[in-house]
Design a binder for this molecule. Structure first.
Ligand code: IYR
Length: 246
């Protein structure tokens, strides 16, 4: 046998061994999909009512301090956590805060960063598109709302062998989870706002999260203030957002 053939052979043996190890390790178990067919006449009705519900969702900066039952926040988090995600690693941690002291600490730190962003860091190209939305460095919603939920993305995971490994598509997974959380909050008759203080490192420190977790979104949850306002803006139509190729 030539040296090249020997190398090829040992490579083949190594690969086979690896395959055997893998199949012994994760021998997947499957169960039947729980699914009941929806009558086709009902499907359009359901699709329309879901769209109608989502169309009424608005992001407001004006929250009431009226309290919200913890159970509702738990259900919103559970709903968000049903999101499809990379390799089913569920790479998220939701930190839900109702402590006024902690909300104040988060608000103070967020406003300090946001003041720098709005006053020094924000280029014209950015501020010109934010101006119509009326955002600024004052983040009263962080103390007005009864709850703030901070979504942390897990960048790594501990493998069963005790060695750190990556998570996969954690940003996409957490983005989808946040969307489902927002939908759940809206569906239960509450409002939320996707706040993205930048940089967000202070959230890990204040909330004592480990280094492999990175804050992605801060979402106050509550009732809207009685005089809550929203910008007068329209959503793009289907022909502006979609292309169908049939
Ligand atoms: N993070 C800042 C700025 C901001 C940026 C975008 I893009 C928005 O849609 C809204 C705000 C803030 O939260 O104010």
């Amino acid at each position: 046998m030539t040296q090249a053939a020997l190398n090829g052979f040992s490579h083949h043996i190594m690969n086979r061994w690896r395959q055997l190890q893998l199949s012994a390790m994760d021998c997947p178990e499957f169960i039947p999909l729980a699914w009941t067919e929806t009558e086709s006449s009902k499907m359009v009705e359901l699709a329309e009512s879901n769209y109608a519900l989502l169309s009424t969702r608005r992001t407001t900066r004006h929250f009431s301090s009226k309290s919200v039952d913890k159970k509702l926040v738990e259900l919103a988090i559970l709903s968000g956590s049903t999101a499809p995600n990379g390799a089913h690693l569920q790479p998220w941690t939701w930190v839900a805060i109702s402590s006024h002291d902690l909300k104040q600490q988060i608000r103070d730190a967020a406003e300090a960063e946001e003041r720098k962003t709005y006053e020094e860091r924000m280029p014209d190209a950015w501020s010109e598109v934010l101006a119509p939305l009326g955002t600024d460095a004052v983040k009263a919603h962080l103390t007005d709302a009864p709850w703030i939920v901070v979504l942390f993305k897990q960048k790594k995971r501990m493998r069963t062998n005790g060695v750190w490994g990556p998570t996969y598509y954690a940003t996409e997974s957490c983005g989808i989870a946040a969307g489902m959380f927002i939908q759940a909050v809206h569906n239960m008759g509450l409002v939320t706002l996707t706040h993205t203080p930048s940089p967000m490192g202070f959230l890990r420190d204040i909330l004592k999260r480990p280094a492999h977790e990175e804050a992605m979104l801060v979402m106050p949850v509550g009732y809207p203030a009685e005089d809550a306002m929203v910008p007068d803006i329209q959503r793009k139509g289907l022909d502006e957002v979609a292309v169908f190729i049939e």
